[in-house]
Write a protein that binds this ligand. Structure first.
Ligand code: GLN
Length: 561
């Protein structure tokens, strides 16, 4: 049995949703008994997106094995429920780095090293890398960017060669295009799709399947027209209508029998499907997602809030945890730079929980500290993630323990109370890329803590991305003043979870729980946090109605969102 390779390319414009399409197709094939993995090839020169500002690239996603990757891998994991790895995200930078490293090692035996064949061969070897492990029936490869871009060319050439080598029964090209609606003409236009299919053809690649993003339904006549001009069967012209939620996309594609179409083209035999993989749970999940649910609002305090994608896994974790709690979680994005002790109350008014986000650098730190303090003093449910947890500790050290100058050495190297300090092994690190404490590490959860009641387990593994940590020198004093160190990495003696047991729900985590939420299985911390938010909202609503006044739940967004 051959591994089948599906290549997903895009045309006309970027941001058509290749990642969601790939994840949705993967999920549909999984529901037909296939073992699926999805990988993304990004045509930029950065070796990985780890060194990129979230404004440039959105969130950096982190895998179990410590790869810093494109945020589409988050969608792949959330949709498939299967972890990805370093091998699932390859960039032009990595390809060149590998080739140049081999050249320096003398691996090319005196040859002139060139784009063709060496770069193309390197890309091809990555394209079949996961498929050749025998662990997958289907490998979906998403090619970042748009056909026609200068930097995409080597990837298209690699696909052309692989298609020839593996045979057309084992490879399929799904091309995503846009069918725009022209208001003035009152019709959908197919020309951009025709041009983009031709561009693909000029690279020697005939699309097998066209996925047409459109704001209106594509009627049969239009599909036939696209099919005729683009050399595909009319049934292989699939409409990708705008959906209210990304989680509806697999269902919309299933209605057009995309899975059957792909399986027939690739001669894939359906297999028995384990109950957790069939689509029943998914359909049920979407039904609950679309049902009318009470809304609760959580404030997300961070410094990248103007960019919708910068906190992607966090916002998706709230969607998933909301469904699990039968509520809809609205996120009020608050730019940390705007917050001060004087205005924090006004900004947080009506929010029933506070999440202080991960991040790097000093901008917005004072605002984050003000948000922590407000949540702590008013007993609002609070979740601090990574830098958010570090802020919770700084705030506690200053305002409860009484060390006015407490800080992280990331921001104040000369503080006398550096409660957050650079990790020992990080001190000698000079290179920035891929050198943080990355990926999954063990965390021992102390019995009797809230964290334990949430996890119901003593040993868990969580994903990390940081250089600084709780300074062990100050641990005893923090504990003496009522902070509970609820989770520890025993091997390196690092604090992983802190909580304030006096409060209704106040937890800080050094790791990123958002990377482990998948559909139908939101991360337990998010699920529990949202439960606490719902409880708190009920309480304030009840108080307000007892006082005869409605709660002011007016949304105040300082970020312009
Ligand atoms: N800047 C902090 C550190 O490096 C926190 C990182 C994060 O929030 N991911 O430790």
């Amino acid at each position: 049995m051959h591994t089948k390779y599906i290549f997903v390319t895009g045309g006309v414009t970027s941001s058509l949703g290749k990642g969601i399409f790939s994840a949705s197709l993967g999920r549909l094939l999984e529901a037909r008994g296939q073992r699926v993995t999805i990988q993304k090839f990004d045509p930029y020169i950065n070796v990985d997106p780890g060194t990129m500002n979230p404004y440039e690239h959105g969130e950096v996603y982190v895998t179990n094995d410590g790869a810093e990757t494109d945020l589409d891998l988050g969608h792949y994991e959330r949709f498939l429920g299967v972890p990805t790895s370093q091998a699932n995200n390859v960039t032009t930078g990595r390809v060149y780095l590998n080739v140049i490293t081999k050249e320096r090692e003398g691996a090319y035996l005196g040859k002139t090293v060139q784009v063709v064949p060496h770069i193309i061969d390197e890309i091809k070897s990555w394209m079949v890398n996961l498929g050749s492990t025998g662990q997958y029936d289907v490998v979906i490869t998403e090619i970042g960017g748009t056909v026609g871009d200068i930097e995409s060319q080597p990837y298209l050439e690699a696909i052309r060669q692989l298609r020839y080598e593996l045979g057309s029964k084992n490879t399929l090209i799904a091309h995503l295009t846009l069918v725009p609606y022209l208001q003035a003409a009152g019709e959908l236009k197919t020309k951009p799709t025709q041009h983009s299919v031709k561009t693909l053809l000029s690279h020697g690649l005939q699309a097998d399947l066209l996925l047409c993003r459109a704001e209106h339904q594509l009627d049969l006549e239009l599909r036939r027209k696209i099919a005729r001009f683009c050399n595909v069967a009319p049934e292989a012209v699939v409409a990708a209508m705008d959906a209210e939620s990304i989680y509806e996309v697999p269902i919309l594609l299933k209605e057009q029998e995309l899975d059957t179409l792909v399986m027939e083209k690739l001669s894939i035999e359906p297999k028995d499907v384990a109950v957790e993989h069939n689509l029943d749970n998914w359909i049920e999940f979407v039904k609950r997602l679309k049902s009318s649910r009470e809304e609760v609002e959580v404030a997300l305090v961070g410094k990248y809030v103007e960019h919708q994608d910068a906190y992607k896994s966090i916002s998706e974790s709230f969607v998933l945890a909301g469904v699990a709690n039968n509520v809809s979680v609205r996120i009020r994005y608050i730019l940390s730079d705007d917050l001060t002790e004087a205005n924090v109350e006004e900004h947080l008014q009506g929010a029933a929980g506070v999440l202080v986000a991960p991040g790097f650098g000093e901008r917005g730190i004072d605002g984050k500290l003000a948000a922590v303090q407000y949540a702590r003093l008013n007993d609002l449910p609070f979740l601090g993630i990574c830098l958010g947890m570090q802020c919770a500790i700084i705030e506690f050290a200053r305002n409860v323990v009484g060390w006015d100058d407490a800080h992280s050495t990331e921001f104040e190297p000369d503080s006398l109370h550096p409660v957050i300090d650079i990790m020992e092994e990080q001190k000698k690190v000079v290179l920035k890329g891929g050198t943080m404490r990355l990926g999954a590490y063990d965390c021992h959860v102390e019995k009797g803590t809230k964290a334990y009641s949430i996890y119901q387990a003593e040993e868990v593994k969580e994903r990390h991305r940081h250089r600084y940590e709780v300074n062990n020198k100050f641990r005893a004093e923090l504990e003496n003043h009522g902070m509970r160190l609820a989770g520890l990495n025993k091997a390196s003696n690092l604090v992983e979870i802190v909580e304030l047991p006096e409060k209704r729900w106040f937890i800080g985590v050094q790791f990123h729980p958002e990377y482990r939420s998948v559909v139908d299985r939101p991360h337990p911390l998010f699920k529990s946090f949202v439960e606490a938010v719902v409880g708190y909202k009920k309480e304030i609503d009840a108080k307000a109605s007892a006082n005869g006044s409605a709660v002011n739940s007016k949304t105040i967004t300082s970020s312009g969102l």
